[in-house]
Design a binder for this molecule. Structure first.
Ligand SMILES: Cc1cc2nc3c(=O)[nH]c(=O)nc-3n(C[C@H](O)[C@H](O)[C@H](O)COP(=O)(O)OP(=O)(O)OC[C@H]3O[C@@H](n4cnc5c(N)ncnc54)[C@H](O)[C@@H]3O)c2cc1C
Length: 376
């Protein structure tokens, strides 16, 4: 057993965990763990323009542009969105007048690798692949056991920490280990595929249909992602595992059919992921807080999940630093911290729900269909 002690243990080296670690690097001892040796290939590429401010604040923007380090660009400018929502006439949304600039279409895996590397370079003790096993609170410290998630030469860790940040994504593994429940408000899933892009038009496309909505965007290296969002109970569980079914479904949508015409045989189907709106029933407690998707997760229609992960990481770490919660802990400070953090996350959640309702209610063409009826 390897024994370690730290001020703050962050569980999850995704966007939320890395941004929190980097912003605490100068003021606290931080250990960051992730169960995966390297980031997975995953869906979710559109980074909201406002995220640039956070990357600048943490001095992360310049290195991103040294794309050659990674042999391929971490992102490309997203030229805008063509939307077929509420009518079959196209509506164009561009970012030309946005003071923060363009939406960035990320190479998601490379971007997450870059954040992990930046955390390492800022002196954070990073452990991966290391997976949370158990958590126990005793005499003002969290005692966490974790192991290296490898069959051969497995390492076991005991980490003693003054504070734990749960940045483990929708699974919210640490909070769940404490018995905190998660509230799920819909059954949205996304089935997705990638393919080469051969089209000149590099705008993203969003297109509503009776049982959900389609989305496609161009990625760095002239790749393209295509995804169908629907409710898990509106689609056959076995059918949706097949790429042939995905292709047939896509052909029923005029805009997706146009894209597929060029690329069908080179399509790589990645299966289905959860895309529901959900939140923990408690975001924080004695010497812990949940962050990013672990606290609240959004419908991909919002395209705000990564920005929320970054912005709430900044809010959380600012609260920790301003309360001087770790170096001079008192129960009163902890209570004030918990109260403020809960208010902040509740405000984001209620704002998000209002926007979600507004967006979905702009589509009335299939108002009697189950998918849409559930969302008005
Ligand atoms: C279909 C779909 C499309 C999306 N598209 C977009 C988009 O275009 N733009 C956008 O901004 N957002 C998008 N999102 C949302 C976005 O991907 C998430 O909001 C974002 O990944 C949240 O980051 P996070 O760091 O909180 O969590 P995650 O990215 O889930 O990171 C959690 C990390 O914790 C690690 N972990 C989990 N359990 C453990 C454990 N027990 N021990 C150790 N480590 C653990 C995982 O390996 C992972 O690295 C999309 C989501 C979906 C489902």
């Amino acid at each position: 057993m390897i024994h370690l002690e730290t001020d703050i243990l962050i569980i999850g080296g995704g966007i939320a965990g890395c941004i929190a670690a980097i912003s605490l690097a100068n003021t606290h001892r931080v250990i960051l763990i992730d169960k995966n040796k390297e980031p997975n290939e995953r869906i979710g590429e559109s980074l909201a323009p406002a995220a640039q401010r956070i990357l600048k604040q943490l001095n992360l923007i310049e290195d991103i542009d040294k794309a050659s380090v990674y042999n391929e660009p971490l992102y490309i400018k997203n030229m805008g969105m063509q939307s077929f929502w509420g009518s079959d006439k196209v509506h164009i949304v561009d970012h030309l007048r946005n003071p923060d600039g363009f939406v960035q279409s990320l190479n998601r895996k490379k971007f997450e690798s870059y954040l992990r590397e930046s955390a390492l370079n800022r002196g954070i003790k990073c452990l991966w692949p290391v997976k949370l096993q158990t958590s126990n609170y005793e005499t003002n410290y969290w005692h966490i056991t974790a192991n290296s998630n490898e069959k051969i030469g497995q390492k076991n860790y005991h980490i003693k920490s003054k504070f734990v940040i749960d940045a483990s994504g929708r699974q919210s593994n640490f909070a769940r280990s404490l018995g905190v429940k998660r509230e799920t408000i819909d059954k949205l899933i996304a089935c997705w595929a990638t393919m080469p892009n051969y089209l000149q038009n590099t705008m993203s496309t969003i297109s509503a249909c009776k049982n959900g909505w389609w989305y496609s965007a161009v990625l760095p290296n002239n790749k393209r992602v295509m995804a169908f969002q629907t409710d898990a109970d509106l689609i056959d569980k076995n059918d949706i595992k097949k790429s042939t079914f995905f292709i047939e479904l896509a052909k029923e949508n005029k805009e997706m059919e146009c894209i597929l015409k060029e690329t069908k045989s080179e399509l790589q189907f990645h299966g289905t992921v959860a895309a529901n709106s959900s939140r923990l029933k408690q975001f924080t407690g004695k010497q812990w807080a949940a962050l990013g998707d672990a606290a609240i997760s959004f419908d991909p229609l919002s395209s705000q999940g990564m920005y929320n992960a970054m912005a709430s990481a900044m809010q959380l770490t600012t609260l920790i630093i301003n309360h001087n919660l770790i170096h001079d802990y008192t129960i009163e400070k902890d209570k004030s911290f918990q109260h403020n953090y809960t208010q902040q996350i509740n405000a984001i959640w209620s704002h998000y729900l209002q926007h979600k309702k507004l967006f979905y209610s702009a589509e009335m063409r299939w108002k009697e269909a189950s998918f849409w009826k559930r969302r008005f």
